[in-house]
Design a protein around this ligand. Structure first.
Ligand code: 5GP
Ligand code: ZN
Length: 138
């Protein structure tokens, strides 16, 4: 499953060269071209899925297992102080390349990104919290 116009299909298929730090039958893991920190890498499935909603559960599982393995390895090699594993779905969530990818972001004390990437904290009332809670609980 490939999308002819997709840059990550071309990169994961090896058509466009990349700094590949890991590869198997299912995934290619590359260094991000515009990294948040030193070592920022992307796990890219070789099959084209635009986002997590399109991806089979089995593949999602494999991504998480690989993320754990690589985070462990990268933490040892890079001697980083922490690690963010994150993944964006949809423009509103910051996705810019519409081929699923998982960000592996080594974190260092004073790396300039603050103690958390991306979000502010809302102050919700008990009523607002309950409204969300009623919608989401299963
Ligand atoms: P998103 O915002 O979609 O979650 O993340 C896309 C990521 O892909 C960004 O961090 C961006 O720097 C990276 N990226 C975009 N194009 C390329 C490319 O051609 N090569 C590499 N190595 N990374 C890319
Ligand atoms: Zn693709």
């Amino acid at each position: 499953m490939r999308d002819e116009n997709c840059i990550f299909c071309k990169i994961s298929g090896g058509e466009i060269p990349s700094k590949t730090i890991y590869e198997d039958d299912e995934f290619r893991v590359i260094l991000d071209i515009s990294p948040a920190t030193k070592g920022h890498a992307l796990i890219i499935p070789k099959d084209h899925y635009a986002n997590i909603y399109e991806m089979p559960e089995e593949t999602v599982g494999h991504v998480m297992i690989l993320a754990k393995k690589l985070a462990t390895h990268m933490t040892k090699v890079l001697k980083c102080d922490g690690f963010n594993i994150m993944q964006n779905n949809g423009e509103a969530a910051g996705q810019t390349v519409f081929h699923f990818h998982m960000h592996l972001i080594p974190r260092y004390e004073q790396d300039g990104n603050g103690d958390k990437l991306c979000w502010n904290h809302l102050q919700l009332s008990e009523e607002e919290l309950n409204e969300i809670y009623e919608k989401l609980k299963q």
